[in-house]
Design a protein around this ligand. Structure first.
Ligand code: ATP
Ligand code: AMO
Length: 430
């Protein structure tokens, strides 16, 4: 087996390493080859006079980003990365890279995001980029750990569906034999049906598809959603689950991803403090209106500009609660004594919304009324409504955008940076 580069220490005697040619510097009598793999970089030093002809010849054939195997002896060297270098006995070019490279992996020349995404496989060779995806992997791992430890059942539901779940956002129609079908916007209806199935606590981590026409730094046409649904729970209960989950994911990353955090040059990685403050929708629009020219009226959505003003004021993760029923989906439970507002919430990072959730309507007839009030036809929701007739428990839940969670955690300016192959209005390749 090939050994990872970071296992070679100044105390090692010999090395047999294979990695990418990160940099080649030929100073005449002396040449340096930096070899890189996902664990780090090692310097290969070639004193040409002492080196074998094979080594000198092979060196000439190396282009940057070729895959190269080096065998040789290890010596401590204070000036080399990791305090050691390899003096090669043999060099083999295993897989030669063509020139010029579409992207400078060594980051001497900065690249536009579009060029980076067009050449994602090369872009992801950069430690700063692979660090994002190592952390994203840890985020998903920690999410699963937390939910599994708290007795949640992981479900996988279909992404090919016959009806919309969320008002407002657009659907992608697909060719599905002779039927009308769409890509799912959210597992909303399915996770609720699993409450009728008696699963009590479920989650899903999966893709959601939204035909959002606009091009922003926080919207994707294919996003990853972490969805949770809990029976016999109120919106307050699931807000607590959400806060605990987010804090637990941050703690896991803090403990397990120190190298990746260092690669990203994040100096102070902080786990959000507990007790995320709660702001009512009414207070939120009042704060936003103070900082904006056009005041927001009750029933208006909280847009990006407002989100920014409120986020600056709050300066930490927070909840917006008690939303107008008119701007939340039919499945959000209205307050009994004040049905103009409902038991829905958003969880916010100072930069953007991370999650939406609510206590759900579990009474069949109220749900039909709510669907009708939104101008939708209950006949299209037959499969969803039927479980509400046969013993649907009270329940609540939320959806958390995994891409936004990672982007805000790591201070990435564009949510696309947290996605390997993002899909937006202009991008379906690679
Ligand atoms: P949710 O789906 O719960 O509403 P979200 O964060 O995706 O969550 P959206 O309402 O989809 O929220 O959009 C958030 C913000 O994105 C809007 O408030 C708006 O500022 C911006 N946005 C939405 N549509 C457009 C558009 N056509 N052009 C530019 N920006 C837009
Ligand atoms: P909502 O539509 O607010 O709620 O979506 C939940 C969360 O998913 C993320 N998200 C997105 N991220 C990137 N690009 C997008 N286009 C995008 N759309 C959504 C956001 C958002 O907060 N069914 C409800 C959830 C529930 O009530 O359980 C829902 O889908 O972070």
């Amino acid at each position: 087996m090939r050994v990872p580069i970071n296992t070679i220490t100044p105390e090692s005697t010999s090395a047999d390493i294979t990695g990418w040619a990160h940099e080649i510097r030929d100073l005449g009598g002396l040449a340096f080859l930096l070899l890189r793999d996902r664990t780090g970089i090692i310097q290969v030093t070639v004193p040409k006079k002492k080196a074998t002809p094979q080594v000198v010849e092979a060196l000439k054939d190396i282009s940057r980003e070729s895959v190269v195997r080096v065998t040789g002896t290890v010596k401590p060297e204070g000036k080399a990365p990791g305090g050691r270098e390899v003096i090669p006995d043999a060099i083999e070019v295993v897989s030669k890279a063509a020139t010029p490279l579409p992207l400078d992996v060594a980051e001497k020349v900065p690249a536009e995001l579009d060029t980076r995404l067009d050449n994602r496989f090369l872009d992801a060779r950069r430690p700063r980029v692979s660090a994002v995806f190592k952390i994203r992997s840890a985020v998903q791992h920690a999410t699963r750990n937390f939910l599994f430890d708290n007795d949640f059942i992981e479900i996988t539901t279909s992404k090919i569906v016959a009806a919309a779940t969320e008002g407002g956002t657009e659907l992608f129609p697909i060719a599905y034999f002779e039927k009308e079908a769409f890509l799912n916007q959210s597992p909303q209806l399915y996770k609720q049906m699993m409450m009728a199935a008696g699963f009590e606590k479920v989650y899903e981590i999966g893709p959601i598809f939204r035909a959002e026409e606009h091009n922003t730094t926080k919207h994707l046409n294919e996003a990853t959603s972490i969805d949770v649904e809990v029976s016999f729970a109120t919106h307050e209960d699931v807000m607590q689950v959400l806060e605990d989950l987010v804090r637990s994911v941050y703690s896991f990353v803090d403990k397990n991803c120190s190298t990746a955090i260092a690669d990203l040059e994040i100096d102070s990685f902080a786990v959000p403090e507990k007790n995320f403050p709660r702001l009512s929708y009414t207070d939120a629009i009042e704060i936003a209106s103070r900082g904006m020219n056009d005041p927001i009226k009750f029933g208006d959505d909280i847009g990006t500009a407002a989100e920014k003003v409120i986020g600056e004021e709050m300066g930490r993760h927070y909840f917006i609660v008690d939303w107008p029923s008119s701007i939340r989906p039919y499945y959000a439970m209205p307050y009994e004594n004040e049905p103009e507002i409902c038991k829905a919430f958003d969880m916010m990072h100072p930069r953007m919304e991370l999650s939406s959730g609510a206590q759900r309507v579990h009474q069949h007839d109220l749900l039909v009324t709510q669907i009708t009030k939104k101008g939708l036809n209950p006949d299209n929701f037959e499969f969803y409504l039927s479980p509400f007739k046969y013993g649907m428990p009270p329940h609540a839940g939320w959806g958390l955008g995994a891409d936004r969670l990672v982007a805000t955690m790591l201070g990435l300016q564009n949510v696309r940076e947290a996605v390997l192959f993002p899909r937006d209005r202009h991008r379906v390749v690679p």
